[in-house]
Write a protein that binds this ligand. Structure first.
Ligand SMILES: [Fe+2]
Length: 205
């Protein structure tokens, strides 16, 4: 069970707002565990991403802490059989979450997680992402950090090892997709570096 820092503001998930506290990390974790029950490695990776996100809560605005945790836990839920439609998991997950009543910002973070738009272009699915607002923020950076420091079977992993593993597992894909995965690497590394700096600054301040 994910424990949210006690001082996380209820602003974003206020019960007064549509899709409010209902979509906090407890529900996100329950949904993720249920949806990915038949995929133990993806489930473990998602749980680890949630844990990694919790480690960098200080790198996001206090009011976005719960959103970050929920997004990290649900970022790969598009791999679930219940969500699968296009086969491109960021879009499938985001659409599925919206169909369940999730807040748009949460679904949009899932749709765009880890620079998914670069891969969507290579897959010919860029148009499907237009429905989801692209966010460039401390939260989207921290979501990249969480995904890139959670190994494919749930173990913590260094960013460089994670990127090497991704490249090796997808080396036989269409060359356009391989190139897109390579093109996102500097963006992912830059995001991770920003998160680390924000976390350090927060620890000092
Ligand atoms: Fe992931």
């Amino acid at each position: 069970m994910i424990t949210v820092r006690a001082d996380v503001s209820p602003l974003l998930f206020s019960p007064d707002r549509p899709g409010g506290r209902d979509w906090g990390p407890d529900r996100a974790e329950d949904l993720m565990r249920s949806a990915l029950a038949g995929q133990p490695n993806r489930l473990a990776h998602s749980a680890q991403a949630g844990a990694r996100a919790r480690c960098v809560l200080a790198a996001v605005p206090v009011e976005d802490g719960e959103l970050l945790l929920s997004a990290a836990l649900l970022h790969d839920v598009g791999y679930a059989s219940a969500a699968r439609r296009t086969g491109f998991h960021p879009i499938d997950g985001a659409r599925w979450l919206l169909s369940l009543g999730a807040p748009h910002r949460l679904a949009a973070l899932v749709a765009h997680h880890s620079e998914a738009r670069l891969l969507a272009e290579a897959e010919g699915l860029a148009g499907a992402l237009v429905a989801f607002a692209h966010e460039s923020s401390a939260v989207s950076d921290a979501l990249i950090y969480a995904d890139m420091t959670a190994g494919p079977a749930g173990a913590p992993i260094s960013v460089s090892d994670r990127l090497d593993d991704i490249a090796a597992r997808h080396a036989q894909e269409d060359p356009a997709l391989v190139a897109a995965r390579q093109a996102r690497v500097p963006r992912l590394l830059a995001a991770v570096e920003r998160v680390q700096i924000r976390a350090v600054v927060a620890s000092i301040g």
